[in-house]
Design a protein around this ligand. Structure first.
Ligand code: SF4
Ligand code: SF4
Length: 259
């Protein structure tokens, strides 16, 4: 996935669509923030917190699971997967880091090992006020209290599209395309979703074209020389995220670096 921060206006449509699509609990009284569980956070960052108009610049960064690949694309091992004692989280045929709510025992090892704080723990029994009960998505199970959840790039939609394709005689799962809820809902088309293994996909062509604007969250390896990159790739729990961000603002790229 690529997210163009120059196009993101911070409207939050992606976060709302994500919550609706994935049956996030909705509380009438939203003053108790720990009760909230969300897969997609819209982070607001400024160039300098003391800056005043007209020198202040603002950027919104939609942050969800970065779909880490680890250091071996043939055997992807994101930091969260290797620590799960009950294989509640794994990498599926579709390349998505999945999470099976009902298998999770809530030990939170995965949450501790995720470098992007992309996982959320359900401290509370999920509750849906008023009419929200009638609009739950039957394709996504409701996670119970005491389990860890995270974004799965709406892989239930991929499974639905795959089953449709099979019904129509298409057996090549790589041919199945779909659009996650956040991507579909963005009014400025800031998200581009596609197959990183296909050099002809819109996503790969965009990343190739926008080499100077692209970066990954707190992932400095891209800027290192080949020898250092090779060395860093073998560190334990190397994340290698598959979500790329695009920006023309140098201060954002600088801010996202480990110093
Ligand atoms: S919290 Fe759940 S998914 Fe995470 S490591 Fe423990 S059992 Fe696995
Ligand atoms: S961002 Fe976190 S939850 Fe997502 S794959 Fe990477 S380590 Fe796992």
């Amino acid at each position: 996935m690529a997210i163009d921060l120059d196009k993101c206006t911070g409207c939050g449509a992606c976060a709302i669509a994500c919550a609706q699509e994935n049956n996030m609990p909705i509380f009438e009284d939203d003053s108790d923030i720990p009760k909230r569980v969300s897969f997609l956070e819209l982070m607001k960052v400024t160039n300098d917190r003391d800056a005043k108009y007209p020198d202040v610049e603002v950027c919104y960064i939609p942050k969800m699971c970065q779909q880490c690949e680890g250091n071996d694309p043939k055997n992807p091992k994101p930091p969260c997967v290797s620590v799960c004692p009950v294989v509640a989280t794994d990498v599926g045929d579709d390349g998505i880091v999945s999470q099976v709510w009902s298998r999770c025992i809530g030990c939170r090892y995965c949450q501790a090992s995720c470098p992007y704080e992309a996982r959320a723990f359900n401290w509370w029994k999920p509750r849906y006020e008023g009419d929200f009960k009638n609009s739950l998505n039957p394709e996504v199970s409701i996670a119970s209290r005491g389990t860890v959840v995270k974004c799965q790039f709406c892989s239930h939609i991929w499974k639905r599209e795959r089953d449709r394709a099979v019904e129509n005689g298409v057996l090549d799962i790589n041919a199945v395309t779909y659009t996650p809820a956040c991507v579909a809902s963005c009014p400025t088309k800031a998200f581009v979703f596609g197959d990183l293994n296909d050099p002809d996909s819109e996503l790969c062509r965009l990343l190739e074209k926008e080499k100077d604007r692209k970066f990954r969250l707190v992932h400095t390896i891209d800027e290192k020389d080949e020898k250092t990159r090779e060395k860093l790739m073998h560190i334990k729990n190397f994340p290698n995220p598959k979500v790329y961000y695009l920006t023309s603002k140098a201060w954002i790229r600088e801010m996202m670096r480990f110093k």
